[in-house]
Design a protein around this ligand. Structure first.
Ligand code: HEM
Length: 373
């Protein structure tokens, strides 16, 4: 029986024809497996599966298509500044960012929602995103919101909530029946929304606390790993938002105030790290940790520059929560990988639509106020 001289085992022994056929079959099955894995990841084998592409189509279904803009947190402004570490987090994390000293920051303030021209309002979730860029070191990206917990604890929950919040063309408001169904399917959202409802809303971005919501793990040089959440807590005095303030306000009042304040003087926040205890859930962002957990003041965020989003310093940044330096690791929170996939898809879409992008409302305001970044 002729022997395929290419089919020689690592030992140098020639293979029999049966062994050759078996090996080819194994390779064939492996190839099919790889092709299948790609098809699975792309969602082609299971059109009902929740892929980043499907999640992102839901944003467009609910908000319409706004080429070139982020599909969520679409209305925003780029900022710049630095982080000055206190050194207090060195014992928790080996990330170079926490060594005493300064690290450059490129950030973005935004409002949640996929509509870049939406009017500012107190109820809309505010966000702060930061990219820490240490000279010659590993960078860290984080996005934080001004709510105490996240309304859902899974990608499916996020998707279901998004679709339930789609405005009914007849009323311009979400269909109450769809919202009821969503809440019946997601009791975690009922609990979380009750907590979110009690939060105090401050008068602007500058006096807002922003929370990571997702848990992560800090790992120190000795390899000790602890669960953490973090927040940026304003050093500006906190003034409560009043309904009259919002009612009388211009549609860009939050961004106008932020831009004017940064032009007047730098704004500052403390980066406060909360350490979880055994039993504190790291896999569910709808659950708060007890208020008495130990907190560490890791340093001060200073923002002294602001620029528009159209070609601004943050425009081409994807604030993917899994861009982490050694010393900061993901927890078992399933939202983290869902966010990473969704942000990448949003980035790919918006990066391919630059020519079609309308000028952002906030950029126009910065041009009026005189740019500084
Ligand atoms: C499965 C859950 C989630 C999905 C699908 C989702 C989706 C998105 C998308 C598509 C973007 C736009 C990304 C871009 O184009 O760069 C975005 C932005 C953002 N998300 Fe999420 N998100 C989720 C959960 C969260 C959570 C738990 C937080 C917690 C703080 C969060 C905070 C933010 C922030 C701060 C931004 C704005 C970042 C920036 O200014 O560029 N998101 N989200």
């Amino acid at each position: 029986m002729p022997i395929d001289t290419r089919a020689i085992e690592a030992s140098g022994r020639p293979l029999t024809a049966a062994a050759t056929l078996t090996r080819l079959a194994v390779i064939g099955v492996a190839m099919l497996g790889v092709a299948g894995a790609f098809a699975y990841a792309g969602g082609w084998l299971s059109p009902g599966r929740l892929t980043p592409a499907r999640l992102l189509r839901a944003f467009e279904e609910v908000n319409g298509t706004h080429p070139g803009f982020r599909r969520n947190h679409a209305k925003g402004v780029c900022v710049s500044g630095w982080f000055e570490s206190t050194g207090a987090a060195v014992s928790l994390s080996e990330a170079g960012i926490f060594a005493p000293g300064r690290v450059q920051l490129i950030g973005r303030f935004a409002l949640a929602g996929g509509m870049p021209m939406q009017a500012d309002s107190p109820a809309t979730v505010r966000s702060m995103a930061l990219r820490f860029v240490p000279a010659g070191g590993e960078e860290w990206r984080t996005g934080m919101n001004n709510i105490p917990v996240f309304p859902v604890n899974s990608a499916q929950g996020f998707y279901d909530q998004l679709l339930a919040s789609k405005p009914d063309p007849a009323t311009g408001k979400p269909d109450p029946a769809a919202m009821r169904q969503f809440l019946e399917r997601h009791p975690e959202a009922v609990r979380a929304l009750a907590i979110i409802k009690t939060r105090a809303v401050s008068s602007g971005f500058a006096d807002t606390t922003f929370n990571s919501l997702d848990a992560f793990r800090f790992v120190n040089a000795a390899g000790r790993s602890v669960p953490v959440r973090w927040a940026t807590v304003p050093l500006q005095p906190v003034v409560a938002e009043t309904p009259a303030q919002a009612a009388a306000a211009d549609k860009n009042y939050l961004f106008d105030a932020l831009i004017a304040q940064i032009h007047q003087h730098p704004l500052q926040w403390r980066l406060v790290v909360t350490i979880g205890q055994p039993g504190d859930r790291t896999d569910d962002a709808t659950l708060p940790w007890p208020a008495d957990r130990q907190q560490v003041d890791a340093g001060k965020v200073t923002i002294d520059g602001v620029s528009g989003e159209d070609g601004g310093s943050c425009t081409d940044i994807n604030y993917d929560p899994l861009v982490l330096p050694a010393g900061i690791e993901p927890s078992d929170d399933p939202l983290l990988s869902a966010r990473s996939g969704a942000y990448a898809r949003s980035f790919t879409l918006r990066a391919g639509e630059k020519e079609k992008k309308a000028p952002s409302a906030v950029t126009t305001q910065i041009a009026r106020a005189g740019n500084k970044s």
